[in-house]
Every structure is written in structure tokens, then in C-alpha cells.
Design a binder for this molecule. Structure first.
Ligand SMILES: Cc1ncc(COP(=O)(O)O)c(C=O)c1O
Length: 414
């Protein structure tokens, strides 16, 4: 048995790791990471969908160090704030798909989902419609692992085994807007608070939206005054390609946008909920005395804010939204031929710098991940037997070729 030490790995079978060992990354540079033996791997996934500007960017390390020398953080509870936190909030309000949005800062995606869930329910209480408590998610969805997010998720392996989750949640088909309408009708529109929607389903296996789905779902929510909450933890800050947010690309006019990951490219743990003015209004009304008793010690963390600001600046300076759009095309062109392989059922791609190679035999995915490591590629399984491709926006077309060739060789060896 391999001695793997004290770390309890998230999303893992620790018994298997006890016998199989760990894969220890010690360094990253651009689109490559290095293990503890010094071996280099092409990073197919940008870590867990976050290292959008690539690894080892000294600008971001410098921004963190400079802020840590001034002050790491104080608080944003009550009337406290940090100068750099305010600057980040203004920047995000300017980028938000809905002008005039307010910005609630968190430590990551799961925090952001649960924050949005509370804002949604509380909004309806303040609007005098307290019966609107039900939150709807989609099958195949992943909304993080806090309780509201776990309950909204549509992947049974993630929800089974914890007893009753948040009861007032419901699920609809991932690809059929009519099912959303039918579900709202069945539940009673007066009981539904919000609909949570990943523009491209990510951890569920990288499923781009069927043509017209997002626009139709958005319209249905508007028809019934159900809040439309876009979970852009993966698609946000450029991964959708050519725009800061999928909500902008698809004209979704969201009531809330959930974000994290690409906000700092993973250089600091930070998330944000961008709240449209109409939803924020009851909480901001002077003299109304509406307390929102929610927030985290690290909401608006000063070092995280400094890193996020430097990251957004870098994305803009290097034109990385356009690079993500380039990757949308390159990934589709380069990976699609893999679908002709006997072991591959399909390649899902074409919306953002995102793709999945879906195996015919889902049980082979862990083996393919191991073979890919031998071929010098770090990736992981997503959904039911898919391989995740979500590179940093700085991956060149030649490196995409290298990635596709390695996948081809690994699939041949299955
Ligand atoms: C769409 C989506 N929402 C929420 C989350 C949760 O984010 P975090 O892991 O930062 O809590 C993730 C994480 O992968 C995600 O992909």
C-alpha cells in the first residue's frame, strides 16, 4: 500500500488513492504543469476550469504580494470595506451583463450559488410573495457542493447518500425548454423563486445548449416572473468566447450571474454574484431596514480582490476573450475527427473554449485519463465517461494539435 498521508482529497475514492497513490503537481508554466518528478504535462483543463490566463503569471503573484504587504484583508461586514474591494466591485459592475448590477463577493462558486439562492428567496419575501420558495435546476447540472447547490444539481451520484437535501427544489430536462414551462405550471408560478442554469453544462459532461434553448428558457422565466440565474462559474470571464459572459453572448438579461474560477484565473479563491438592479433594489432601499444576514469572512478579501483586478486587466490587455473564441473554433476542428474512433461516441464542442470527448464505454474513462498522463496530458473524467477539455486561453493552435494527437494515441491504446 502507498502511504498517501493526511490529505482527504475532494471528489475521490480515498480507498483507491490509498492503494493507487497521488498525482502531485508542484509547478505550472503557461499551459503546462510539472509533477514532483519534474515531468511536464499539457494542462488540458486549466486546473478545474479556472487557469484561463495560464499558470505562473508573475503579474498576478506581484499583485498578491503587493496587497499582502499593505493588508491581506479586514472585513466587508456592515460598513467596512477595503479600497481594492470597492475597485473590484466597480469593475465587475461595469462588466456585468445587466448595467447597474450590484456585486456580492464570496470565496468561490459554491458560496456564490448559495448566496444567490438566499437572495432569490429573500427577494420574494421583500416583494410580498413569500410563497415563491422553489428553485429549479436542470438535469446534468453542477452547481457546487454547498446544500442549495447540491440540491439544485442534476447528477445523482452527487446528491445520493446525504438524506433530505433542500426540499423545495425541482429539476427539469437539460435540453427542453417546454419542460421548464410545464414544470413551472405544475408547481404553480406563485411558488417558484428562480431557475438556475449553466449556459454550457460543465461538470455534467460539457453539453452546449441546444440552439435556442437558453433564449427560450429565459423567456419562460420572464413570462412567469421566475428569476433567471445564470451559473457562469465556468463560462464567465471569457471562457464562453468573444464575450465576458455567456449571458452577454446569448442576450439573456439575467437576474443574477454566479461567478468564480476565471474571476482570478484561480490565483486566489474568489467568487461574485452579480445582481441585476431590480433584484437588488429591495435590499438597497433607504430607510427600509432590510438586513441581509449573509456573508463570509472572506467576502471581499482584499488580496483576492487585488489578484482578480490584475487578472481582469491581463485578460483585457492580451485580448484573451478573442483567444477563447479562437479556441472554440480550433478545438472543434481539431478534436471532432476523434469521433470517428471506435471507442469514441461523440465529441461535444462548439460553444466556448470547452469540449468533451465522450467514450462509448463510460467505465473506460479513468483508464483513458491514466493513459493520457503517460502521453503527457493532464485531464480528468467528466459526466458519464467524458474527458474534459477546457484549456487556458493562451493555448496555441499547435498545442491543441499536440493535445488531439495525444488523445488519439491514448484512445488507440484503450
Ligand atoms: C457551474 C459551476 N457552479 C458552481 C461550481 C462550484 O464552484 P466551487 O468549486 O468554486 O465552489 C462549479 C465548480 O466546478 C461549477 O462548475
Amino acid at each position: 500500500m502507498v502511504d498517501v498521508g493526511a490529505l482527504w482529497h475532494p471528489f475521490s475514492d480515498m480507498g483507491a488513492i490509498e492503494s493507487g497513490g497521488e498525482f502531485v503537481i508542484t509547478r505550472g508554466e503557461g499551459v503546462r504543469v510539472f509533477d514532483d518528478g519534474g515531468r511536464s504535462y499539457l494542462d488540458a483543463t486549466a486546473g478545474l476550469w479556472f487557469a484561463n490566463v495560464g499558470h505562473g503569471r508573475t503579474e498576478l503573484a506581484d499583485a498578491a504580494a503587493a496587497q499582502l504587504r499593505k493588508i491581506a484583508h479586514f472585513s466587508t461586514f456592515g460598513d467596512y470595506t477595503n479600497d481594492v474591494t470597492n475597485a473590484l466591485a466597480e469593475r465587475l459592475a461595469a462588466l456585468a451583463p445587466v448595467p447597474g448590477s450590484k456585486v456580492f463577493l464570496t470565496s468561490g462558486g459554491s458560496d456564490s450559488i448559495d448566496t444567490a439562492a438566499k437572495i432569490a428567496r429573500r427577494y420574494w419575501v421583500e416583494r410580498g410573495e413569500p410563497s415563491r420558495t422553489i428553485m429549479i435546476g436542470r438535469q446534468k447540472a453542477y452547481h457546487g457542493m454547498h446544500y442549495a447547490g447540491t440540491s439544485l444539481g442534476g447528477l445523482a451520484p452527487n446528491t445520493d447518500g446525504y438524506g433530505v437535501l433542500v426540499p423545495e427544489t425541482a429539476h427539469v430536462a437539460w435540453d427542453d425548454a417546454d419542460d421548464l414551462r410545464a414544470s413551472i405550471e405544475r408547481l404553480g408560478p406563485d411558488n417558484v423563486a428562480g431557475f438556475f442554469c449553466e449556459p454550457v453544462l460543465g461538470a455534467g459532461g460539457v453539453y452546449p445548449p441546444p440552439v435556442g434553448y437558453l433564449e427560450a428558457a429565459r423567456k419562460i422565466c420572464a413570462d412567469y416572473e421566475v428569476l433567471f440565474v445564470a451559473d457562469e462559474v465556468i463560462t464567465g470571464y471569457g471562457r464562453i468566447g468573444g464575450a465576458w459572459f455567456a449571458s452577454t453572448r446569448f442576450g439573456l438579461d439575467p437576474d443574477m450571474v454566479i461567478s468564480a474560477k476565471g474571476l482570478s484565473s484561480g490565483y486566489a479563491p474568489v467568487g461574485a454574484v452579480l445582481v441585476a438592479p431590480a433584484v437588488a433594489e429591495p435590499f438597497f432601499r433607504p430607510g427600509a431596514g432590510v438586513w441581509f444576514r449573509h456573508g463570509y469572512t472572506y467576502s471581499g478579501h482584499a488580496m483576492c480582490a487585488a489578484v482578480a483586478l490584475a487578472n481582469l486587466e491581463l485578460i483585457e490587455r492580451e485580448g484573451l476573450l478573442q483567444e477563447a473564441a479562437r479556441l472554440e473554433t480550433t478545438l472543434a476542428r481539431t478534436l471532432s475527427p476523434l469521433a470517428g474512433h471506435d471507442a469514441v461516441r461523440e465529441v461535444r464542442c462548439g460553444t466556448g473554449a470547452l469540449a468533451a470527448v465522450q467514450l462509448e464505454a463510460p467505465a473506460d474513462a479513468p483508464m483513458l485519463v491514466r493513459l493520457l498522463r503517460e502521453e503527457g496530458v493532464a485531464t480528468r473524467a467528466v459526466g458519464a465517461g467524458g474527458i474534459q477539455i477546457s484549456p487556458a486561453f493562451v493555448m496555441t493552435d499547435a498545442e491543441v494539435d499536440e493535445l488531439a494527437a495525444a488523445i488519439g494515441r491514448a484512445v488507440d491504446r484503450l
